[in-house]
Design a protein around this ligand. Structure first.
Ligand code: BGC
Length: 802
């Protein structure tokens, strides 16, 4: 096939042989495998697994109101969606049907009235049905589900002033206020009633949580009447089948939590000011995010219901450290894992470290490495090695207490812990005694705060931070566009006057094919382009084929194709009216809970293939913002509260995607940790927390997997919009980490195009503003030399597509 034939001609050709891979059984099998490995068994007194001839009562409308993933750009259109009810039935399990019929009927009514799966009211169970159900079986599965999505947080607060093309439709926060008056973190009255009824009428009660984020699990942990619980998460199109596989013991659960589950929202330090302001968020908990907070801050330990890294199995494992050593730049630990139980299964071995408190203060535990074993049969062992580099355990000194703007290893004892959760990890007895402070990396201050007044330190108190002059976020050489007027605009379609047969390219042009074939350099190619051509290149391009989130390139007179993007991350999002249905994978949080890099890579590879088969080039995947607070509406799209787990899992995903010569787009760079006023809110965060928590996963991915593209976020960081933030996009990303790829904005930012170009945001999506860039050029605010590197990075990216 000719280079870029798929981009230029959009052929309806299968990727391999004569069978399409999009939505194929092979890809759906990958989705199901991931779902099986990422579901977490939270509790089990031996009730699970169930035998398949056990009759079951499914209680809770979630039995049929299955939520496969979250909403917004992360939603995917697939051929079918299997609930737990479906999964159990397809295995021949006898389920009490009258209740299912009631739920189906009620859900239909609620969907017809504008509700969506997960945003529905619980259905009261009439006494006669309950009595009949109790006579049918002694075992009930109680189901809870939740839905959240892009553009709103998990609360009833109306949170955005974004352009709304459907003004008549009701907002999700308004539904939420009706369904979850106390917030959807907590069970609502209907759910409590349903669980009470289950406990009163059934000997065995198993809870199943079809929830992409965290909810209050005290009703499980604190109550012996709930015998077992499975955190099913949002498992994609075959999530219900995967949960049934686990419940019936056909698959031994091996998922581990990617977040700390506490009982109350207020137990998370970031809750206090989550909604303090529409215009900013103060990240006062600093590096004490997730388990770093709960394991460190006095009094916080007891608030944890299920700790980070936790998850049960139907078997037991022995984890023995057989050796530990210091190498030149790292530490390595040899571990023997033995399956000591009766069922075969997999275990996740986790390495944590504890750095000395020193002058900077440190979390009591931080994840250094993890390995998931192969499937071990009863009695079988596996030897594994875990390593962590010295650079990884260093801390960033942003106040010059040890060495200003440097990563430092403070003097003192470094301890290491190994086990199968942050709580169960045991001290390895290997301690590294560091005799003196060591500077590991010398950097410079970048993207620092000017308005963050204080931050938490390791004893739970706060230290004051120096303040600077606040910036005008909207500063511009001419009048800013009114917020909202930039929304949902589509790029121009440029006409061209060429003779189709005799002059396919501009007279005398060096074509982009010449560049691809090595006949001319990219610089020679660019030298012939006018300023207008360059400005055209740095803006998004019209949709073609099945694309719906726009493209890049598109200079046909020079042979530059229009390369289309597509949304993710739970699958390739193609609009349903095209007739193309793709594979819906589990949500990213579930993928993180697999702690299995191979699975992440397989999903990436399958998604990359579907992208390519449909003539698309960049998958707007993975989304890797940190789970700072359970309320963030897009947490389901993100991996974890921990940057190391996030970075390693998502790097594998990027490798899988790009093995197809299509691009990943790692998003949203950075600190897009809430959806409320996401296009304008300022994330105020210390340099240390930025580098150690919020940028870390991006750094890991850039260094490990070289993503073709990174998407900057809508929000501001310390007074600069991320897309206009030169410290972030050029200083840190390129100069420090050596990133060679391209940066796009998020779609329809409030950033000013010429400022984004100057910051190193190469491509403005979904469309550029050529007239405004031109005007800025005429006013001397930007030059051709500023635009050239951006255009060059876009062209270089397109050259990678085959
Ligand atoms: C989202 C991105 C998404 C883009 C394109 C934005 O609103 O924040 O994650 O990729 O739209 O749909």
């Amino acid at each position: 096939m000719q280079k870029w034939a798929r981009l230029n001609f959009q052929p309806a050709l299968p990727l391999r042989g004569d069978r399409r891979v999009t939505g194929s059984s092979e890809h759906i099998a990958v989705s199901r495998k991931a779902a099986q490995e990422g579901m977490v068994l939270l509790k089990n007194d031996g009730t699970l697994p169930l035998s398949s001839d056990k009759k079951l009562v499914l209680m809770g409308k979630a039995a049929v109101d299955y939520v496969k993933g979250g909403g917004g750009s992360g939603d995917v259109y697939c051929a079918y969606i299997h609930s737990l009810y479906y999964g159990l039935k397809s295995k021949g399990v006898s389920v009490y049907e009258p209740l299912i019929d009631l739920y189906k009927e009620e859900m239909k009514k609620q969907y017809d009235s504008g509700r969506v799966p997960g945003m529905t009211e619980e259905v009261p169970v009439p006494a006669d049905i309950l009595k009949d159900a109790a006579a049918f079986s002694d075992t009930a599965i109680v189901m809870i589900c939740r839905f959240s999505g892009e553009g709103w947080d998990r609360s009833s607060i109306e949170c955005n002033q974004e352009f709304n093309p459907w003004p008549q439709s009701r907002s999700m926060p308004s539904f939420s206020s009706e369904i979850f008056p106390d917030g959807d973190f907590y069970l609502n009255a209907g759910e409590k009633e349903m669980i009470k009824a289950a406990k009163e009428n059934f000997k065995n009660v198993i809870a199943v949580l079809n929830v992409g984020g965290i909810i209050d699990c005290s009703f499980i942990a604190g109550d012996d009447a709930i015998n077992a619980a499975l955190y099913m998460n949002q498992g994609g199109m075959e999530g219900g089948d995967a949960a049934a596989d686990i419940i019936l013991g056909e698959v031994n659960p091996s998922g581990k939590l990617a977040d700390t589950f506490a009982a109350r929202l207020e137990d998370y330090p970031s809750t206090e000011n989550f909604h303090e302001s529409f215009d900013y968020v103060e990240y006062t908990e600093d590096v004490y995010v997730g388990y770093r907070y709960f394991e460190t801050i006095p009094g916080a330990r007891d608030k944890v219901i299920y700790p980070f890294g936790y998850g049960l199995s139907y078997t037991t494992f022995d984890i023995t450290v057989t050796g530990a050593k210091e190498l030149e730049d790292s530490f390595s630990f040899d571990v023997k894992v033995t399956n000591t139980g009766k069922a075969s299964g997999k275990e996740v071995v986790q390495l944590y470290y504890k750095a000395p408190q020193g002058k900077l203060g440190k979390p009591e535990r931080a994840l250094g490495d993890f390995v998931k074993t192969k499937e071990l049969s009863a009695g079988e062992s596996q030897d594994i090695t875990l390593t962590v580099t010295k650079k990884a355990i260093a801390s960033y000194d942003d106040l010059g207490k040890v060495a200003d703007a440097c990563y430092v290893l403070e003097k003192g004892s470094y301890e290491f812990f190994i086990g199968n959760s942050v709580r169960d990890a045991k001290n390895t007895d290997f301690t590294w005694e560091n005799a003196e402070d060591i500077t590991v990396e010398r950097l410079s201050h970048k993207a620092g705060p000017v308005s963050l007044k204080k931050r938490m330190i390791s004893d739970g108190s706060y230290e004051e931070l120096p303040l600077g002059a606040a910036r005008d976020i909207n500063e511009c050489v001419f009048e800013k566009m009114e917020p909202g007027t930039e929304e949902a605009l589509t790029p121009f379609v440029r006409s061209r006057e060429m003779h189709y047969l005799t002059r396919p390219f501009k007279e005398g042009a060096k074509t982009f094919f010449d560049v691809a074939e090595g006949k001319v350099t990219i610089d020679e190619f660019m030298a012939q382009l006018s300023d207008e051509d360059l400005i055209h290149l740095v803006g998004g391009q019209p949709n073609t084929g099945v694309g719906n989130v726009f493209g890049m390139g598109n200079l046909p007179e020079y042979g530059v194709p229009n390369a289309q993007t597509a949304d993710g991350p739970a699958g390739v999002r193609i609009a349903p009216e095209t007739g193309v249905l793709t594979t819906a994978f589990p949500c990213s949080t579930l993928i993180a809970c697999t702690w299995n890099r191979e699975i992440a890579e397989q999903i990436g590879c399958a998604g990359g293939e579907e992208l390519k088969e449909n003539n698309l080039c960049v998958w707007l995947t993975p989304a890797i913002n940190i789970h700072r607070n359970p309320m963030c509406g897009r947490n389901f799209e993100y991996y974890s509260e921990d940057p190391y787990l996030t970075g390693r899992m998502a790097a594998a995903m990027v490798r899988g995607i790009q093995s197809n010569n299509v691009g990943a787009s790692v998003k949203h760079f950075a600190c897009n940790n809430k959806e409320t006023n996401r296009k304008h809110s300022d994330s105020r965060v210390s340099e240390r927390a930025l580098r150690e928590i919020y940028l870390k996963a991006f750094e890991i991915i850039v260094k490990e997997a070289e993503p073709y593209t990174i998407m900057s976020s809508y929000n501001a960081i310390n007074g600069h919009r991320a897309s206009e933030n030169r410290d972030l996009l050029t200083g840190i990303l390129r100069d420090e980490w050596g990133y060679k790829g391209m940066v796009t904005s998020d779609w329809w930012t409030r950033g000013e195009h010429y400022k984004e170009i100057k910051a190193g945001n190469d491509l403005k999506m979904a469309c550029g503003f050529p007239d405004r860039v031109k005007k800025a050029m005429e006013m001397g605010a930007i030059t051709r030399a500023d635009i050239e590197p951006c255009a060059k990075r876009i062209l270089t990216t397109i050259l990678k597509f085959d």
